[in-house]
Write a protein that binds this ligand. Structure first.
Ligand code: GDP
Ligand code: ZN
Length: 452
C-alpha cells in the first residue's frame, strides 16, 4: 500500500444525486491525463470552466476544473479536481474516463495517505481528517478540526522535546563524569522528571476527554417491561438539536439510539429491544443483553416507583453485579408524592424522575456525563481528539515515565533511566508518526472513505 507513485482517482462526493459531484485525481504528473480530458492543463489554482471529454473527444459534462501542481496540493502530488454535475451516471462516466487515461481507483484514505507520505501532514492530522468526516456532534467536529490544525501534534512534540533534552543531559553526565560540563544532580533530574510528568498528565486528561467526544458514551437501559425505558429514551432525545439515529433491529423495535448531551455523543441501547427481536429463542436474547451490558460504559436501571413491588428479573440483577458505573432511576414520580432529585453515595447514584413529564431528566443528563468522567463545562476546543491508538501510546508512555522515576533515585541506575526516557519518547512519537511501522499505517488509512 505504501509505495505507489501511480495516478489514483475517485469520486470524492457522497453517492447519490446533488448539485455538484467531484472526481479527484492525484499523481506525480497529470499533464497527459489533463490533455485528454480537458484538452489542456488548466492554469494552476484557478477555477476554470471546462468541458470534460471522453476518449473520442465527445463531451461527457461541463464543469469546473481545478489544478493544484505538486507540491502545493492536498497530497503533495499533482492534484486535479473535476467538479461536474452530481449524478451517479455522470460521475461514473468521468471516473471511467480517468481510468481509461491510466489512473486507477483510489483505495479508502489513499489521498490522505499520500499527504502523510509526502509530509504534508502527520499521522494525528491524517486521522483527524477521518474524524472530522465521521464526527456526529459539532463539539466532536470542532475538536477534530483542532487536531487537523496541528494543536495535538504540537503539544506531543513539545513533550518529546522535553524528554529528549533531559535524556541528553543525563547521557552527557554519564559519558563525561569528570569533564568541566555541568552535570545533573539527582535533585535536578527528579525536578525535571516531575515537570515532564505534569506536562504529560495534562495531555492524558485532555486526550481522555477528547476520546469520549469521538467514541461517545455507551449507555444501556435495563428494567422490567413498562417501567418506562422507551419513554425515557424519547425524553432524552427530546430537545436534542443534533442527530437522532435509529439503528433498526431485526424487527419493528429500534435497539440503539444516538443522542447528544452537552455535545457528547451518547449511544443508548434499550435492552428490551434486544429481547423482543429474539422471541423464538429467549436464551439468545439474554446472551445478547449480557454482551451489550459487558460492552457498556454506564448501566441505567429503571424502577417504577409507583408500583408497590417493582419486579426485578434475575437478568437485571446479574447485569448489575458487573463492576461498572451505574445509575438507578426511580421513574413515574408524577404518580407519587416524590419530587425530582438525586441521591448519591460512593457506590450508587439514584435519580428520581418522570419520563412522562420530563421532571428530573436534566439531573439524569448531568449524572450520565459525570459517570462517564466528562468534566462539565468542557468544550471540544480545549481537547485532543484522541483515538484508542493514541490512548494506548499515552498509557505506554506513562509506564515508561513511572519506571524512569524508580531509577531516578540512584545515579548508578541512570543508564536505565535514560533508556526508559527513550522508550517513552518512542511511544509518544508513534502518535504523530515520526517512526511508524507500515502495518499500522495500513490499518489507519483503510478505515477512511474513498476519495479522502
Ligand atoms: P418500557 O416498556 O420500559 O419501554 O416502558 P414504556 O416507556 O413503553 O412505558 C410504559 C408505560 O408507562 C407507557 O404507558 C408510558 O406512557 C408509561 N410511563 C412511562 N414513564 C412514565 C412516567 O414517568 N409517568 C407516568 N405516569 N407514566 C409513565
Ligand atoms: Zn420499550
Amino acid at each position: 500500500m505504501l509505495d505507489q507513485p501511480d495516478i489514483i482517482a475517485a469520486i470524492a462526493t457522497p453517492p447519490g444525486r446533488g448539485g455538484v459531484g467531484i472526481v479527484r485525481i492525484s499523481g506525480k504528473n497529470l499533464t497527459s491525463l489533463a490533455r485528454i480530458i480537458l484538452g489542456k492543463l488548466p492554469e494552476p489554482r484557478h477555477a476554470q470552466l471546462s468541458q470534460f471529454l471522453d476518449v473520442h473527444g465527445k463531451i461527457i459534462d461541463q464543469g469546473i476544473a481545478l489544478y493544484f501542481p505538486a507540491p502545493n496540493s492536498y497530497t503533495g502530488e499533482d492534484v486535479l479536481e473535476l467538479q461536474g454535475h452530481g449524478g451517479p451516471a455522470i460521475m461514473n462516466l468521468l471516473l471511467n474516463q480517468c481510468l481509461a487515461c491510466g489512473a486507477r481507483m483510489a483505495q479508502p484514505g489513499e489521498f490522505t495517505l499520500r499527504a502523510y507520505l509526502n509530509e504534508k501532514i502527520d499521522l494525528v492530522q491524517a486521522e483527524s481528517v477521518a474524524d472530522i468526516i465521521e464526527a456526529s456532534t459539532s463539539e466532536a467536529a470542532r475538536c477534530a478540526v483542532r487536531s487537523l490544525q496541528g494543536r495535538f501534534s504540537t503539544t506531543i512534540d513539545e513533550l518529546v522535546r522535553s524528554l529528549t533534552t533531559l535524556r541528553m543531559f543525563i547521557e552527557a553526565t554519564l559519558d563525561f563524569p569528570d569533564e568541566e560540563i555541568e552535570g545533573l544532580h539527582d535533585e535536578e533530574v527528579r525536578e525535571k522528571l516531575d515537570a515532564i510528568s505534569q506536562q504529560f498528565e495534562r495531555i492524558l486528561s485532555s486526550a481522555h476527554q477528547g476520546n469520549l467526544l469521538q467514541e461517545g458514551i455507551k449507555v444501556v437501559l435495563v428494567g422490567a417491561p413498562n417501567v418506562g425505558k422507551s419513554s425515557l429514551l424519547n425524553q432524552l432525545a427530546e430537545d436534542d438539536v443534533a442527530i437522532v439515529t435509529e439503528i433498526p433491529g431485526t424487527t419493528r423495535d429500534s435497539i440503539q439510539k444516538l443522542i447528544t448531551i452537552a455535545g457528547v455523543p451518547i449511544h443508548v441501547i434499550d435492552t428490551a429491544g434486544l429481547r423482543e427481536t429474539t422471541d423464538i429463542v429467549e436464551q439468545k436474547g439474554i446472551e445478547r443483553t449480557q454482551a451489550v451490558v459487558k460492552d457498556a460504559d454506564i448501566l441505567i436501571r429503571l424502577i417504577d416507583c409507583s408500583c408497590h413491588a417493582p419486579g426485578e428479573d434475575s437478568e437485571i440483577l446479574q447485569a448489575f453485579s458487573i463492576d461498572k458505573p451505574h445509575i438507578t432511576i426511580f421513574n413515574k414520580i408524577d404518580l407519587t408524592s416524590q419530587t425530582p432529585g438525586i441521591e448519591t453515595n460512593e457506590h450508587a447514584v439514584k435519580v428520581y424522575l418522570s419520563a412522562k413529564t420530563g421532571a428530573g431528566v436534566d439531573l439524569l443528563r448531568e449524572q450520565i456525563l459525570r459517570a462517564a468522567g466528562w468534566q462539565t463545562g468542557q468544550t471540544g476546543e480545549g481537547l485532543f481528539m484522541a483515538r484508542q491508538r493514541h490512548l494506548e501510546a499515552l498509557e505506554a508512555t506513562r509506564n515508561h515515565l513511572n519506571t524512569a522515576w524508580k531509577y531516578s533515585n540512584s545515579e548508578s541506575e541512570w543508564e536505565l533511566l535514560a533508556e526508559e526516557l527513550r522508550l517513552a519518547q518512542d511511544a509518544l512519537s508513534s502518535i504523530t508518526g515520526h517512526f511508524t511501522a507500515d502495518d499500522l499505517l495500513g490499518e489507519i488509512f483503510s478505515n477512511f472513505c474513498i476519495g479522502k
